[in-house]
Design a protein around this ligand. Structure first.
Ligand SMILES: [Zn+2]
Ligand SMILES: [Zn+2]
Length: 202
């Protein structure tokens, strides 16, 4: 199967530079929607759990995932697992979960492009010559889906979204509103986390 799923120009503008990883994430998200016959998520039904961690440069994929699926960080539809892997699980309660992972052979083939000579020197994507970036982006577009992605259903995958609530209280110290699950009690009074002196995890 060959589905280029080239990102629209606005996705590159949103992302900020032209690189190969945003388009890979865009395509991965499109394919995951297609897998279940879903449309981009208008509200709060479709979740993505990218396995990308910190300190490796492929995190650009996550902007592509958001652009193609509507499952955005801002809508709380995306949460990283920090496994440090180039994969993501896509979940909709009505259909189930499917995991897409970049294949090692694809990553190895991609790593041979001049783009990474620049990246390994610490040069940011926007500073890399346009022709060098276009070369690798076009190559990615031209590869078949099954060269890029390993796909597996995850029948045992479980996730319970946090229940939404509009309930809030005023912090007795700073007088700002704080939503109920974050209210702490200090000297018998409701306070926000910064005023409580507690760590946000406690
Ligand atoms: Zn990027
Ligand atoms: Zn406060």
């Amino acid at each position: 199967m060959m589905t280029k799923h080239v990102p629209p120009e606005w996705a590159f503008e949103f992302h900020g530079h032209r690189c190969p990883f945003m388009p890979i994430g865009y395509r991965m998200g499109k394919l995951a929607l297609d897998y279940w016959g879903l449309r981009p998520e208008p509200d709060h039904g479709f979740f993505i759990f990218p396995e990308i961690g910190e300190g490796h440069p492929q995190a650009c994929m996550m902007d592509g995932l958001q652009a193609s699926t509507g499952a955005t960080y801002g809508k709380l539809l995306m949460a990283k697992t920090f496994y440090g892997k180039l994969a993501a699980t896509f979940y909709h309660p009505k259909v189930g979960a499917v995991r897409y992972a970049l294949k090692p052979d694809f990553i190895d083939a991609m790593g041979k492009f001049e783009f990474f000579v620049y990246r390994k020197k610490g040069i940011e994507p926007s500073q890399i010559p346009e022709a060098v970036r276009d070369e690798i982006i076009q190559w990615v577009y031209d590869q078949p889906d099954d060269f890029l992605f390993k796909v597996e259903e995850k029948p045992d995958f479980k996730f319970t979204p946090v229940k939404g609530s509009f309930n809030k209280a005023k912090c007795s110290l700073c007088q700002e509103y704080v939503f109920e699950r974050y209210v702490r009690i200090k000297d018998g009074q409701p306070v926000c986390i910064p005023c409580s002196g507690y760590d946000s995890k406690s």
